[in-house]
Design a protein around this ligand. Structure first.
Ligand code: FNR
Length: 362
């Protein structure tokens, strides 16, 4: 690649060049055969966009309101771990990129900068992602820290009773990173006799007994609205609504957990139909283009979350790389909307896309 990156895939190439192999593989890799990793992207390729012509598209407005927060575009930064492995400024730089672009930032429980550092450095709207640890008091303490540091929602990641088998990390003997949020709270010692250090460590700390009734516990310890991340079918979506969540995130954890789980875009409609408009549905997994965002919106998502592209931008150029990646996706979405005849995100409807099955039936 010569010159400046012109799309997210070129940012990925830059990240591959600048990062040590162990870290690049950690960020880019998926579980086992990486079937779902490929499908998350390829399933988008099988959906076509049905443009409308002769619509006045001289003004395009991508802004939207997500859980009461106005944002410049239907984009949220997905919570992902260990940004200091990508760049020394870590999540503080990522949050700076989110603030500069006026999009919502999701901060991972497993961040390398602390909740306080991110909060004090950035005025972006922030959601805090949590895992439930065996030591529930630690999770509770973190929720309270998020609350008192101005985070606006809790994202409960529900697809990680244990860590998926990420073979690149096992081969690379991926070392753990400093979980600074937890220093003084739990042991941050790395154990290494069960395969990847990370998987063994996660097994020690994550609570595999977490289940639906625990959402009541979570609601009892916080007033913040709760979103659930990791829903992949209508049945779980209905349970989540019954449990009282305010938003559902269709996600397979960027294909890092259960390999052969479906591509997120392929199950979005089932979830949207089950939810019946009661709460917003978000989607992540495989968003690499503005056209992908358009497709997700057409199939019923309120917004998308982006994971790896942000990390690639961060690795390549720090905060300005994060900003560039978000701007790239926003520019691509704006152009897609113009070419498809949609002036606002509400103009993007189900009839603007065709799935492979629908094309086959024509
Ligand atoms: C993640 N993801 C994730 N999710 C979460 O809830 N808590 C976490 O700590 C992490 N950590 C994490 C690390 C890395 C390196 C990646 C790539 C992903 C999953 C993330 O929130 C999101 O679901 C996916 O990244 C979305 O897929 P794409 O955009 O990366 O294809």
């Amino acid at each position: 690649m010569a010159g400046e990156p012109v799309n997210v895939n070129e940012f990925q190439e830059l990240a591959r060049k600048v990062l040590p192999k162990m870290y690049y593989d950690f960020f880019a890799g998926g579980a086992e055969d990486e079937y779902t990793l490929k499908e998350n992207i390829e399933a988008f390729h099988r959906i076509t966009i049905q443009p409308r012509i002769l619509v006045d598209v001289s003004r395009i407005d991508m802004s939207t309101v997500i859980l009461g927060h106005k944002t410049s575009a239907p984009i949220i930064l997905a919570p992902s771990a260990a940004h200091q492995l990508a760049h020394p400024e870590g999540e503080v730089a990522t949050a700076g990129g989110a603030a500069a672009c006026n999009v919502i930032m999701g901060l991972s429980f497993m961040s390398t900068c602390t909740v306080e550092e991110v909060a004090s450095s950035c005025n972006a709207v922030r959601f805090f992602q949590i895992y439930v640890f065996k030591r529930r008091d630690v999770t509770e303490f973190m929720v309270r820290r998020a609350e008192s540091n101005g985070f606006r929602a809790i994202i409960l990641t529900a697809d990680t009773p244990r860590l998926g088998r990420r073979e690149a990390d096992i081969k690379n003997k991926m070392i753990s990173f400093r979980l600074r949020n937890f220093e003084g709270l739990i042991s941050t010692d790395v154990v290494s006799d069960k395969g990847s250090n990370l998987a063994a460590y996660a097994e020690e700390i994550l609570d595999p007994s977490l289940c639906w009734k625990d959402i009541a516990w979570l609601k009892s310890i916080t007033k913040l609205p709760i979103l659930i991340k990791g829903v992949l079918n209508g049945e779980d979506a209905m349970k989540a609504i019954e449990a009282g969540v305010v938003g559902i995130i269709v996600s397979n954890h960027g294909a890092r957990q259960l390999d052969y789980s479906p591509a997120t875009i392929s199950v979005l409609e089932e979830v949207v139909q089950a939810v019946q408009g009661k709460v917003p549905v978000l989607l992540d997994g495989g968003i690499r283009r503005g056209t992908d965002i358009f497709k997700a919106l057409a199939l019923g998502a309120k917004a998308v979350m982006i994971g790896r592209p942000v990390i690639y931008g961060l690795a390549a150029k720090g905060e300005s790389g994060v900003k560039q990646v978000i701007e790239m996706l926003k520019n691509e979405l704006e152009l897609t909307m113009a070419l498809a005849g949609c002036c606002t995100v509400d103009d993007i409807t189900r009839s603007h896309v065709k799935t492979e099955k629908e094309r086959f039936l024509c």
